[in-house]
Design a protein around this ligand. Structure first.
Ligand code: QUE
Length: 355
């Protein structure tokens, strides 16, 4: 493979993008984001390109998220730097461009798809997952919140599923993601290459392009097996529809059975502040436009970039020092005040606004 972090190729009328940091599970750097925004607007207008296909290099990941280790390094080496400001702005601009893209945007997800990767796949017109697919919005694990349009797409899932996925960082395999509507089809890993060739060979012209892509994908789609989520939805809705994180915890405590105790144990490891701001994010983003959700998330992200925020402690503990023992501040949900939460939603200088 090439030394470039992201590859762009035009073949058989397809614009093919390959995220190319396989050793880092194709985690998105600021450079990759800037390259996307440099190339994809032109492809949208180019009559020689009928659709865009996005994939990850290597055999493990589509994209594990944003390059949060890069953000951490800047914070420790160059606290006055601009990466924290520009990374999220430029990433969210790309997320929004994909959401509004005028041509089919097809993600071939043959492995891990988490956080920032979901921001590149979930807002496009088509996402295809293999048996290696593993989804999560895992940001509460590192003191962040489910951004990249999480406030938009998670609030549009059934019942309290989005709140559940957002708060617990719970992982889904292909069968559950297909059931939830997070992906559109399951195609075996070994057939992804043939699917790409078939898309190249297909006539995708005209106003029915999305339907024509559906038809090509359908030729390769197989049953991923039964989903596990349907049997959990009553519990998820009962416990995760509460108004506050404290009330969610209280409902889990009262609920008999293994499932509730497992969720409780999972929640108690995560950043209490992250969980509180995430629940508020979902309330504020429900029934709002994609653009409004991104403006809200940009303000939140800027607040999370303060040096004393849980975000840096989370990245340190999970990804840099790997001691797996983040010291959250405050350490428990009872310590999170209304004021701490509301501060994340205040306008910032250089707000992200779309017109
Ligand atoms: C939560 C996250 C991320 C994460 C782990 C979490 C995330 C992310 C990575 C990641 C993984 C492997 C890499 C890398 C980054 O891990 O966003 O550079 O090689 O990018 O618990 O949100």
């Amino acid at each position: 493979m090439s030394e470039f972090e992201i590859l762009f190729d035009v073949k058989d009328g397809l614009g093919v993008i390959t995220l190319n940091r396989p050793k880092a599970l194709n985690a998105l750097t600021h450079g990759m984001i800037l390259e996307l925004e440099r190339v994809i607007p032109g492809w949208e207008k180019d009559p020689a390109i009928k659709a865009v296909v996005l994939r990850g290099a290597g055999d493990r990941a589509f994209c594990a998220g944003g390059d949060v280790i890069g953000l951490y390094r800047e914070m420790t080496d160059n606290p006055g730097g601009t990466l924290r400001r520009d990374f999220f702005r430029d990433e969210y601009i790309v997320n929004r461009r994909i959401y509004r893209y005028a041509k089919p945007w097809i993600s071939l997800i043959d492995g891990i798809d988490m956080g920032g990767g979901v921001g590149l796949s979930a807002h496009g017109s088509h996402s295809v997952a293999s048996e290696k697919f593993l989804f999560a919005m895992p940001e509460t694990t590192i003191g962040l919140f489910p951004d990249v349009g999480g406030g938009y797409f998670l609030t549009r899932l059934a019942g309290a599923l989005g709140t559940y996925l957002a708060l617990t960082s719970h992982r889904l395999k292909a069968a559950d993601a297909l059931w939830a509507g997070i992906v559109d089809a399951h195609v075996p890993s070994v057939r992804m290459g043939e699917l790409l060739e078939a898309l190249g060979a297909a006539d995708l012209s005209g106003p029915q392009a999305d339907r024509k892509v559906d038809a090509v994908i359908a030729r390769f789609a197989t049953d991923p097996g039964p989903p596990g989520l349907p049997a959990m939805m009553a519990d998820i809705d009962r416990c995760f529809s509460a108004e506050s994180v404290g009330e969610i915890v209280a409902r889990l405590r009262k609920q008999p059975g293994d499932w509730a105790q497992k969720q409780l144990a999972a929640l108690l490891k995560l950043s209490p502040l992250s969980m509180a701001i995430t629940l508020e994010q979902l309330k504020r983003c429900a029934n709002r436009s994609f653009e409004d959700a991104m403006t809200i998330e940009y303000r939140m992200a800027q607040h999370c970039m303060r040096p004393d925020h849980d975000f840096f402690e989370g990245v340190r503990a999970l990804l840099v020092d790997k001691d797996q023992k983040p010291r959250w501040n405050p350490p428990a949900i009872e310590g999170v005040t209304r004021q701490m939460v509301d501060a994340h939603f205040e306008p910032v200088t250089n707000d992200l606004c779309f017109d």
